[in-house]
Every structure is written in structure tokens, then in C-alpha cells.
Write a protein that binds this ligand. Structure first.
Ligand code: HEC
Length: 190
């Protein structure tokens, strides 16, 4: 049994206990319980607590996950595949578990907790920047609830620290894929 399976077993046990304590006739209590369950479900799929939507927290999360070794590549894309403007000549795109599941299921959109990380390489193969999309509940409902960032290889944020958050420049172009949950690499719907 994998550590993940043990952990989800514990989580489910926790949820059952929480459900047992809920007061079905108390509306406010029920809403709180629901929020707890949703967060637990995300963490169960991801296997890890999700970060705040800040550049520092997300970078720390990515470093801790070791995404380059532990996450899957975007299905059908290898390492250093040819990209288009503006992201760089060669791209490697990593997806975490919820994102991968949405792509595999042709779900049409990714669930909260999804993270897509793209390494952008120069023509000579050197890493130029790392761009991130992270779906956060209620973060930006007008544009798919994505949090955006562009990190330089040293972990600093591009555009003097401004290339993070609801970055208009990113959203403006990715809006071309609004009917595909703002994702441009491939269609993720039927
Ligand atoms: C001018 C258009 C354009 C802009 C601006 C842009 N992107 Fe993209 N992005 C793309 C395209 C096109 C792809 C698909 C990969 C490719 O072929 O380059 C992509 C792919 C991605 C991906 C992989 C997931 C996906 O959508 O398929 C991420 C992550 C990403 N971009 C993040 C960003 C971030 C963060 C910014 C802003 C700092 C940004 N992008 C700005 C066009 C753009």
C-alpha cells in the first residue's frame, strides 16, 4: 500500500467522523462541513496541502513537491517540445494529479487545486523562465479562477515582481482558449 493510500484512508476516516458530528438541521454548520470536505478532497488528490496564491508560497510548494521529478508531463507532450511565441523555443510542461485527471477525462475544465507548470527553454536548451497556472477556488471567477506567475530560474518573479497573480498579459492571450479553461497546449474537452 502506498503512503498516499494510507493517507487517504485516514482522511476518509476523518471525514466520516466529521460527518457524524454535523447537525443536519443547522444550515450554517452544514456549509462549514461542506467547505472542509472540499478542501480535504483536493488535498487527498494532490497528496499535499495546497499553497496560498502568492509567488513565495507557490514557489516553495513547487520546490517541496520536486515537480520536475515527481509530476507527469502533459499527456502526449515530451520533454523540450517545440513551443510558440511568447513562451520560448522549447517547452516542458508538468501537471499535478488533478490537472492530469482532467486532461485524461477530457473534463473540459480543471478542478480547484490543479497546477500546470511550464519550463521555457532558450534555443540553446538553457532554462529561460518557468510559467505557472494554479487554480484557486474563487480567485478570479471572470477568468477561470487561475492564479498566474512567471518565475526566472532563480525563483524571482519577472516584470520586477509584477508577473504574478491576475496577470492581464497572461490572461489576455490565454483568453483565446477561454472555452478550454484558458489552456492552450491542447484541447481538454470532448
Ligand atoms: C501571446 C500569447 C501568450 C501569452 C501572453 C502568454 N501565454 Fe501562456 N501559452 C500560450 C500558448 C500558445 C501556449 C501553448 C504552448 C505553446 O505552444 O507555446 C501557452 C501555454 C501556457 C502554459 C501551459 C498550460 C496551457 O495553458 O496550455 C502555462 C502554464 C502558461 N502558458 C502560462 C503563462 C503565463 C503565466 C503567462 C504570463 C506571464 C502567459 N502564459 C502568457 C500563449 C501565451
Amino acid at each position: 500500500m502506498s503512503p498516499g493510500a494510507t493517507r487517504s484512508g485516514l482522511l476518509i476516516a476523518g471525514l466520516v467522523l466529521a460527518a457524524g458530528c454535523a447537525q443536519p438541521d443547522d444550515g450554517e454548520e452544514a456549509v462549514v462541513e461542506e467547505a472542509v470536505v472540499e478542501e480535504a478532497v483536493v488535498e487527498e488528490i494532490v497528496g499535499q496541502e495546497m499553497p496560498e496564491a502568492t509567488a513565495e508560497a507557490v514557489w516553495a510548494f513547487l520546490e517541496a513537491t520536486g515537480f520536475r521529478d515527481s509530476w507527469e508531463l502533459w499527456p502526449g507532450k515530451g520533454e523540450k517540445y517545440e513551443g510558440s511565441e511568447p513562451h520560448g523555443a522549447l517547452l516542458t510542461t508538468y501537471v499535478n494529479a488533478p490537472a492530469l485527471q482532467a486532461i485524461s477525462d477530457l473534463a473540459g475544465e480543471m478542478p480547484v487545486g490543479s497546477v500546470v507548470v511550464k519550463d521555457n527553454f532558450m534555443p540553446d536548451g538553457m532554462l529561460g523562465a518557468t510559467t505557472v497556472m494554479y487554480k484557486v477556488e474563487g480567485y478570479n471567477p471572470e477568468a477561470g479562477d487561475w492564479w498566474w506567475a512567471k518565475y526566472m530560474p532563480d525563483g524571482s518573479v519577472d516584470m520586477d515582481g509584477m508577473a504574478q497573480g491576475r496577470v492581464e498579459m497572461c490572461i489576455g492571450c490565454h483568453a483565446g482558449g477561454a472555452d478550454n479553461d484558458y489552456l492552450m497546449t491542447a484541447k481538454i474537452g470532448p
